[in-house]
Design a protein around this ligand. Structure first.
Ligand SMILES: Nc1nc2c(ncn2[C@@H]2O[C@H](COP(=O)(O)OP(=O)(O)OP(=O)(O)O)[C@@H](O)[C@H]2O)c(=O)[nH]1
Ligand SMILES: [Mg+2]
Length: 176
């Protein structure tokens, strides 16, 4: 487990993506909340705190509808230490998600790692969704394959966060 020099060092994690790709489901997985399969679109954004070793992860789950992305993204993504861009792994959604990656980069510069999530990997075999490697090739961004409705996958997601946190801590120590 990654340790910090500070107790409860706070890290801001933003989860961004178009509607119904699985952002809230991913947030629930992280927060170890029961996963509800019924789709309830997030209005605005939702915020949860998850303790992870010495770290407090402040997780921002942004509603994917256009008006919310427009209204909230610019002001509230600022200060992120790590950004997840979630896709549902369909070709159309993945290609559209490029603009979100560009937008996040525009807001954050090179200061903040951006990880793409190829979600709904459970559906790859049935409906032509792309595997995470293909998504990674299209997005030119480090990509994690995920099935957010499967709580067994939490450990893998946390491992990715842990690796990124090491980089965040390194960057912070350089700034001190
Ligand atoms: N099969 C499958 N369904 C998933 C997966 N992840 C999420 N879903 C389903 O996709 C639907 C939308 O999930 P949400 O997490 O609410 O989507 P969202 O990205 O938060 O949507 P907005 O809040 O509208 O932006 C729900 O019915 C989830 O159960 C997955 O990995 N596989
Ligand atoms: Mg949501």
């Amino acid at each position: 487990m990654l340790r910090s020099t500070y107790i409860d060092e706070t890290v801001k994690v933003s989860i961004i993506g178009f509607p119904a790709v699985g952002k809230t489901t991913m947030m629930k997985m992280l927060a170890k909340r029961p996963i509800e399969k019924k789709y309830l679109p997030t209005q605005g954004f939702d915020l949860k705190t998850v303790q992870f070793g010495d770290f407090k992860l402040r997780i921002w789950d942004f509603g994917g509808q256009k008006n919310y992305l427009k209204t909230y993204l610019k002001d509230f993504v600022v200060g992120s230490d790590l950004i997840f861009i979630v896709t549902d792994s369909t070709p159309k959604n993945v290609l559209n998600s490029r603009q979100l990656i560009d937008y996040a980069k525009e807001i954050m510069g090179d200061d903040c790692p951006i990880i793409a999530v190829a979600n709904k990997q459970d559906l790859c075999k049935t409906d032509g969704r792309m595997d995470y490697k293909r998504v990674e090739d299209l997005l030119h961004t480090k990509t994690l394959g995920l099935t957010a409705i499967d709580p067994e996958e939490r450990r893998r997601l946390m491992k990715t966060i842990e690796i990124e946190l090491e980089k965040v801590m390194f960057r912070r120590s350089m700034k001190e």
